[in-house]
Design a protein. Structure first.
Length: 402
């Protein structure tokens, strides 16, 4: 371990007490936040740190006291679309003040205002701002204005604690808000299919379906994907795994107009089942538009999927040529037709996809990055000014302020 630290020029490690919150908690797999907590927190425990993850009490029927050595604390929340995250994070902020932690990590830019509390009490706090929440279609004008205000304030509340998960997102915060950040991506794992019979339990056949796995919200492009798929000529099925966690006219309209070749499978919480969906799909179609390093896209790479992704700076940064990009429904139909007519193209994509995880987005490397961040916070350093680069560069990099 010491030799590796010297080799990578990282901050020397010491044992820390760390709190992580802002999502639903673990072992939920509802969104990228929960996947992130599940992967990062136990790895930090394995390295000797004491880690607390806060969970939204109302969402867990069973409440074990720990998960893989991570201490779980369950606190209340008002479970509505607008108040669940807000109220739970406030409860976490009050509780964590008495836990004597060395550093805390909060996720979701919606929680930026809450970070005034640790700032006032001189606690070491980092905020992972995640995606561009103010552009998400599920929020009305007031909600979008609230998220934008939080994004604008985040660097002023935590001038030494903002974390972005992609270089494109780091640049966005510099250009839009003049906010520097430490850039640390999410990670992924490399796995292969162990039980293809799982997909048959859902009425699918291996390599006979295209997969969409996302929350059913407008910015994830399910309507565009269905349109593009229906324009293509294929005997295969489009399987959509995911749903909205609230009543949605958008989802109702999709289901009413999708057509007979599209199957809606709803939310699937079993991680092994999700792995089999990816591994056995003919191709995975990724329509996300307002995120940074999207965890679902990393899953697809690690599970050797042929990937068709919406063309934007975030998806292009993650794939870096390890998949195909599409602009709109017409272009998606053309890309589907390409891999239908030339299956060797799909096979080449599957073969090269895991290399992106192996070389850039592996969880041990990401854990190194966060461990360094927590040490820097605990030591009073400024991670937004000097922090190890995440995308294959080991030297510490100065981050300019626009």
């Amino acid at each position: 371990m010491v030799n590796e630290l010297v080799k990578r020029n990282l901050t020397p490690r010491r044992k820390l007490r760390i709190a992580i919150f802002g999502g639903r908690g673990i072992p939920s797999t509802y969104s990228g936040n929960e996947t992130f907590f599940i992967e990062l927190a136990p790895r930090l425990v394995e390295r000797g740190h004491e880690v607390i993850v806060y969970c939204r009490k109302a969402l867990f029927k069973e409440r074990p006291p720990e998960y893989k050595g991570v201490r779980l604390i369950y606190l209340p929340s008002i479970e509505t679309k607008n108040l669940g995250t807000f109220t739970h994070t406030f409860a976490c902020m009050i509780d964590v003040l008495r836990r004597d932690v060395d550093a805390m990590l909060v996720t979701n830019v919606a929680n930026a205002l809450h970070c005034v509390i640790p700032r006032l009490f001189r606690q070491n706090c980092a905020l992972n701002v995640d995606g561009i929440e103010w552009k998400r279609g599920k929020w009305g004008p007031v909600g979008k204005a609230y998220f934008y205000m939080n994004a604008w304030l985040s660097g002023k509340i935590l001038p030494k604690g903002i974390v972005t998960d992609a270089y494109a997102m780091r640049q966005l915060y510099l250009d839009e808000f003049r906010t520097p950040s430490a850039c640390i991506a999410y990670g992924g794992n490399i796995e292969s299919s162990t039980n293809p019979e799982v997909v048959r339990d859902y009425g699918l056949e291996p390599r006979e379906y295209y997969l969409v796995l996302s929350r059913m919200v407008p910015e994830n492009s399910a309507d565009l994907i269905i349109d593009g798929f229906n324009r293509s000529v294929t005997r295969r099925t489009l399987a959509i795994v995911g749903d909205a966690n609230y009543r949605s006219k958008f989802v109702a309209d999709l289901k009413a107009c999708a057509g007979s070749r599209v199957r809606f499978l709803g939310h699937v919480s079993n991680r092994n089942h999700m792995k089999e969906f990816f591994c056995n799909a003919y191709a995975y179609i990724h329509g996300h538009t307002v995120g940074g390093t999207n965890p679902t896209l990393l899953h697809a790479l690690g599970y050797s999927a042929c990937i068709l992704a919406r063309n934007n700076p975030f998806n292009a940064e993650v794939l870096d040529g390890h998949g195909l990009l599409f602009q709109d429904a017409s272009d998606l139909a053309a890309k589907i037709q390409l891999i239908e007519d030339r299956p060797e193209v799909a096979e080449d994509c599957r073969r090269c996809a895991p290399e992106r995880i192996r070389t850039v987005y592996n969880w041990d490397r990401i854990t190194d990055q966060y461990e360094e961040l927590f040490c820097q916070l605990a030591d009073g350093a400024d991670p937004t000014k000097v922090h190890s680069s995440v995308l294959g560069v080991d030297e510490k990099t100065e981050i300019p302020v626009a």
